[in-house]
Each structure stands twice: as structure tokens, then as C-alpha cells.
Design a protein around this ligand. Sequence first.
Ligand SMILES: Cc1cc2nc3c(=O)[nH]c(=O)nc-3n(C[C@H](O)[C@H](O)[C@H](O)COP(=O)(O)O)c2cc1C
Length: 315
Amino acid sequence: MRYDGPLGALRRHYTRLTQSLNFAAYAARPALTALSGAGRTPPAHPPHHAMGLTFRNPIGIAAGFDRRGLLAPYRDRLGFGHIELGTLCRYPQPGAYPGISTLARLRRHPSSDCPLGINIGLNPGRNPAQAQADLLYCQRVAWRVADYLCLNLGNANARWLLQPEHEAELNDTLRALTDQQRRLSAVNGRAVPLVVKLVLDLERPDRLPALPPILPLLPTFGIAGVVLALDRGKPVTAEKIHAWRQRTWQDLACELTRQGRALLGADTALIVVGGIGSEQDIRHRLNAGADLVQVHNGLLHSRRTLLDSLAKPYG
Ligand SMILES: Cc1cc2nc3c(=O)[nH]c(=O)nc-3n(C[C@H](O)[C@H](O)[C@H](O)COP(=O)(O)O)c2cc1C
């Protein structure tokens, strides 16, 4: 069978997977099989360029879908334009986040046009000094295999860094990460751009939330991109999935994408994730100013609509 490789890897690691990843990988199996031919034929879509990297198409798999990177070695065959592993933290957090040491078994694929993002985050209860040291550690470990690194400021373990009373510590941490990035680049000649993931909680389709105040400042720290996650919160219910199919929610997401683009300017990559379930959703987000988009729940719950509609325009 064509997908013995990736599926075999998933099965071997079965016991170590979270329930959601397990479900995700199995639910995506027909999709992966359907896409398996895509990596062997020239992509129908012209390559995208962002953050100094080349992406075969603008669609990536969001963090959380493949936290440990089981699909990473096979990513050229999946048909996506990038894949973001993680969130990985300095220390394993049993039942939730794997430790960054899980990357030890991965090799770098320098010639891939499906860049590998590695999403790094914090363990719970870290103080500002520990947080900075942990993130610097994760950056050093992930550097070897990552094409870009994503600092996850969106989950419960790290959101405190965005509170006004921690502004100085966040600024200091961002400077420390970009300083270390420059030093590592100087030593081994690879850039490994740093992006930041920010999560916006959406409550109602007619209520436009304010974008995080840090967003327009990120380019001044040397941050190459922002992953703007539009989130309806957990648990993911059928009602929420259905609501994303409605025009009002998609319009809200596009308006936030437009605002994000205007605040970031043209030189910083904008990667948008949240509620994407069809090729039309992707087109609208790209037209609204996103450079790249990511999918997660769409691969599970709107798989047929999404992948069928992507096959032709994106190979
Ligand atoms: C089960 C599950 C696990 C997730 N885990 C992570 C994670 O580890 N790190 C992260 O940055 N985002 C994580 N996310 C958030 C997704 O990357 C994405 O931002 C979110 O699901 C919105 O996109 P969607 O509407 O396409 O699902 C997770 C989402 C889900 C549903």
C-alpha cells in the first residue's frame, strides 16, 4: 500500500499519541492517500515565497495536527505547502505537549519545497526568566531541522506573556530570540525565520475582536511572520464547525485578515488559520491579505469538501 510508510509510523507510535492526534491521523488517511500522487507530479500551482522560503502552495497543516512530527519525513508526498509540528516544549508535558527532544529522530530535508515549521511553547507555570531560557533552548534544539520556528503565544501556558504587566519581559524574550537567531545564522549560514502565533478568540460573528496590540510591533523585533489563529475555542463541536460554513463567520475572518495585513505591512508574512474548510475559504483569506493559510479541523470535519476542492487548483 502506498501509505505504508507514514501510516506505519503512526501505528508504531500509536500508544504515545494523544487521542486527538490519533483521530486526526486516522481521519486524514483517505486524504493522505488521495494526495499521495501529488508529490510525484509537478504542482499545478506556482510556488509561493514568504519569509525567504519557497512553498509549493500556500496551504499548510497547522500545529497540533502532528505534534511529534510523525508525518514530517513524508511531507513531500502529502501535497501541502508546509507542515508545522508541535507545539513542543522544553520538557515533555504528559498527555499534552511533547518535549523538544522528540526532534532528535528527525532529519533535515534541505531541498524540500514543503518547509517544516516547528512550533515551540512553554510548559505550565514557568516564570519570565525560565520562559526565556526555555524558548532559547527550544530554538537551539529545533534549529537543526526547522525551516522556520513559530513561537506559540496563543495557548494557556504562554498567553500571560501578552499581558500588559509582562510587556518588558516579552520584549526582552523576543530580542533574545532574534539575537540568538542572528548568532546561529552566522555560524551555520541558515536563516530559520522566527514567526509568532497569536490567537484571537471569536465569540460572535457580528463582534469584531481587537487584534493583539503586540502584532504591529513584531516586525520591529525582527519577527518574520505572524500566525494569526482565529479560534472558536474548545471543545470543537458540530455547531461550531457548521457555523464556520456560514458567510458571516468567513467574512469576519477575512476582515481580521485584512486588518492584520494592514497592521503588519507588506514585508512581514501573515499566515492565517481558523475555520478553513474549502478552497473558497482559502481563496478569500489569500485575497484578504494572507500569504499562507493553515488547516486543522477542516482536515477532520470537512475533509471531502476541502481536499476535493484543493486537488485541481493546488495539485
Ligand atoms: C486537537 C487540537 C490540538 C491543537 N494543538 C495545537 C498545538 O499544539 N499548538 C498550536 O499552536 N495550536 C494547536 N491547535 C490549534 C490549531 O493549530 C489551529 O490554530 C486551530 O485549530 C484553528 O484552526 P482550524 O479551525 O482549522 O482547526 C490545536 C487545535 C486542535 C483542534
